[in-house]
Design a binder for this molecule. Structure first.
Ligand SMILES: *Cc1c(COP(=O)(O)O)cnc(C)c1O
Length: 424
């Protein structure tokens, strides 16, 4: 099926007399006739549900839709994008292992890898996403277990050369995880370019209404764990905490990764999405393909207007021909990228502050990818403890404004931006 149809109808097909909308199975637990029936579930010998900390039918229906959209073989929902990225990485890495990651990834994921996972004994090397193949190759170590990047980074808006990163990962016998939050599978399917695992913060465009936090992990089903068994003992040797199951043997390339993440990580960490949130996420997914078009059209219109304005020093948007990421965007994002644009005001910090104060439609929020346009000046909010030099070094100079274009009329958005720029 076409992606548009999957957005609307994927993941759930009601039988005769069953509800048209996906049912919300708001239950922590599930009933069985005999202990033997339940035992089979615990041994992963039968499919079924026993406790919503690990799996829930409503969540699975929505995960199935996201799986179909990405063209994967198995998927799971998580309570947030942070949980999705942590689970995806920790499903592969353990103490003593090493991660190669793009340096421009989301701040939350950067902290997760460089601070929290470091405390767990997992180290990382960060590489410029525009690095040469040789530089990328040099970042690998004998204990490297995974490569990580974002299709379009939040908020740096760099575009990942997925094929380059996949080639390097595979040459070293490890998988590539791509966080595909910003383009969504409507605009890019990383598996088609060699990625092995895809993650999402469904909090962003997939929900799209600023209503529910959530995340997802999708397995492309192509990475051959057993061919590199010495690197991945968690997948390729018996799990004593699960009756000696060897995930890669029992569930194959298509199912091992998600089964292990569910049976082991969800069991132990319990970051499942609530069925109610999954239901609301699905309402967002039903219109994702329609909304992405408008988000992208508004992003492009705003970026072009800003680029031509004398009070604007520079604009970061991969859809613009002036962008250093334009060629990569043409290859990986031919139908559009996302609605997030960032730009610098010629007047510096003070101009940014005046501009933000004068906006009427665009609300000041830390959020992005909402139906309502929102914006943020990192220097006066999320990064306000830093001075101008520190801000520049962190890649968020004082004059930088990040604007997430919503679904309003582009004429109204531009008129709002124009009047706010006039006040500077
Ligand atoms: C927001 C975001 C996350 C974190 O997701 P939460 O749902 O906020 O936990 C991870 N990656 C990217 C690219 C994001 O934009």
């Amino acid at each position: 099926m076409n992606r548009d149809t999957i957005c609307v109808q994927g993941g759930y097909t009601p039988g005769n007399g069953e509800p048209r909308q996906i049912p919300i199975i708001q239950s922590t637990t599930f009933k069985y006739a005999t202990s033997e029936d339940m035992g089979k579930l615990f041994d992963l010998e039968a499919d079924g549900y026993f406790y919503s900390r690990l799996q829930n039918p409503t969540c699975d229906m929505v995960a199935k839709k996201i799986c179909e959209l990405e063209g994967g073989t198995a998927a799971m929902l998580t309570s947030s994008g942070q949980a999705a990225n942590f689970f995806a990485l920790f499903n592969i890495c353990e103490a003593g292992d090493h991660i190669v990651a793009s340096s421009t990834i989301y701040g939350g994921t950067f902290n997760l890898i460089s601070v929290t996972m470091k405390k767990m004994g997992i180290t990382a090397t960060f590489v410029d996403p525009l690095c040469s193949e040789e530089e990328l190759d040099a970042a690998f170590r004998p204990n490297t277990k995974v490569v990580f990047g974002e299709t379009i980074a939040n908020p740096a808006l760099t575009v990942l050369d997925i094929e380059k990163f996949a080639k390097a990962a595979h040459a070293h016998g490890v998988p590539l995880i791509v966080d595909n939050t910003f383009p969504t599978p409507v605009n890019c399917r990383p598996f088609e370019w060699g990625a092995d695992i895809v993650t999402h913060s469904t909090t962003k465009y997939m929900d799209g209404h600023g209503a529910v936090l959530g995340g997802a992990i999708v397995d492309g089903g192509k990475f051959d764990w057993m061919a590199h068994a010495e690197k991945f003992p968690g997948l390729c040797t018996p799990d004593e905490s699960y009756h000696g199951i060897t995930y890669a043997e029992r569930f194959g390339k298509e199912g091992a990764f998600i089964t292990k993440a569910t049976a082991q990580l969800m069991r132990d960490f319990g970051s499942m999405q609530s069925p109610m949130n999954a239901y609301m996420l699905n309402l967002g997914l039903e219109s994702l393909h329609v909304r992405m078009q408008r988000h992208c059209a508004n992003g492009m219109a705003v970026a072009k207007f800003l680029e031509a304005h004398p009070k604007v020093a520079y604009v970061n948007y991969c859809g613009l021909e002036s962008s250093p990421y334009h060629a990569l965007a043409e290859k990986y994002l031919p139908n559009g990228s996302c609605g997030v644009v960032s730009f610098g005001l010629a007047g510096g910090r003070e101009a940014a502050s005046t501009f933000m104060k004068e906006l009427k439609l665009a609300a000041i929020e830390t959020h992005v990818a909402d139906a309502r346009t929102c914006c943020l000046n990192p220097a006066s909010s999320t990064h306000r403890q830093m001075n101008d030099e520190q801000l520049a070094a962190a890649g968020v100079p004082a004059e930088l404004v990040r604007m997430s274009c919503g679904l309003e009329s582009s004429e109204d958005l531009i008129a709002d931006i124009a009047q706010a720029l006039d006040k500077i």
